[in-house]
Design a binder for this molecule. Structure first.
Ligand code: DGY
Length: 305
């Protein structure tokens, strides 16, 4: 984010690694003088973390930090922060918008008008949203914000998470397949990373069935994309709204051929207000690190580290 980069340059002796012609040579030459690493969509793998021998913290721009090797950082006593909470509203707003678009066919009907097809006949009937059954995978901060919005649509809500969440009024389903079998719409709001890779498996997609819709605003890695493509193509699932993909920004061309999928460019948190909130939190974390030695919003240290 250019504004964040400018503020970082103003406040700190700061370099943008990806602007270096030879980042590895730069690190070998000057890496030891850096005390903190700021990451965004490129993240930080174990090799990068190992090579920056004096950093005390990694402050990540984003709530999801699946692209930062937190275990490698923890092994070296390096704390990692993310940007929780400030994006809950915008991500939840987009999840509901994407759900409505996918189920009511907003994008598809807009293409219909632009193509001049309205002159030839009516757009096909779509499916009602209000009062339907919504399944949410992952009832963290974002999942709960989505649920609150869905209550405004009188939806019946259940959720799946590894463990039941204390103090929520919604029914917990022990398996994602069970949740998918029960619901009309399944919204994925779990964290990315190895533990949730392909959580939305071929079995989950089959359980959702030919009248079911999937919305993913978490990470592309959570969905078995090939299984989803197959199900969408053969209409074994009614439709999908996807803000995230396995290999962003590359979207499998086969998706482009389908009218029962809405494709967005990972934009759920992409409002000026929310991105400013995320940038401010990166800056507050750095300030706290340099003033107190502690981060403001550290992520949990993985078990065993
Ligand atoms: C996040 O913060 O993790 C969003 O997905 C934006 O990248």
């Amino acid at each position: 984010m250019p504004a964040l980069e400018a503020q970082l340059m103003d406040l700190y002796d700061c370099r943008v690694l990806s602007d270096e012609t030879d980042p590895a040579a730069f690190i070998a030459r000057e890496g030891d003088s850096y005390e903190a690493l700021v990451t965004a969509k490129n993240g930080a793998d174990a090799a990068l973390i190992e090579s920056l021998r004096n950093i005390k913290a990694i402050t990540h721009f984003g709530v999801g930090y699946d692209n930062v090797d937190v275990a490698a950082a923890a092994r070296r006593g390096i704390a990692v922060s993310n940007t929780p909470d400030v994006l809950n509203d915008c991500v939840a707003d987009l999840a509901i918008g994407l759900l409505i678009d996918t189920v009511r066919g907003l994008s598809a009907s807009e293409r219909f008008v632009r193509r001049g097809d309205w002159l030839k006949g009516q757009f096909p009937l779509t499916t009602r949203i209000s009062g339907k059954r919504l399944g949410i995978a992952g009832l963290g901060r974002i999942g709960r914000t989505i649920a609150r919005r869905a209550q405004g649509f009188d939806m019946d809500i259940r959720y799946y998470s590894r463990n039941p969440v204390a103090g929520v009024e919604f029914k917990h389903e022990k398996s994602l397949v069970e949740l998918a079998r029960w619901c009309d719409f399944l919204v994925i709001a779990v964290s990315g990373g190895a533990p949730t890779r392909h959580l939305v498996s071929a079995d989950v997609i089959e359980a959702l069935g030919p009248d079911g819709y999937l919305v993913n605003i978490s990470r592309g890695s959570v969905v078995d994309e090939l299984a989803l493509l197959d199900a969408l193509t053969q209409k074994r699932i009614a439709g999908a709204g996807l803000d995230v993909f396995t290999d962003e920004p590359k979207v499998p061309p086969a998706f482009m051929e389908l009218d029962n999928v809405v494709l967005l460019p990972h934009m759920a948190s992409g409002t000026r207000e929310t991105r400013k909130g995320m940038a401010d939190l990166v800056l507050h974390n750095l300030q706290s690190l340099f003033e107190t030695g502690r981060l403001k919003t550290p992520v949990p240290v993985p078990a065993g580290n």
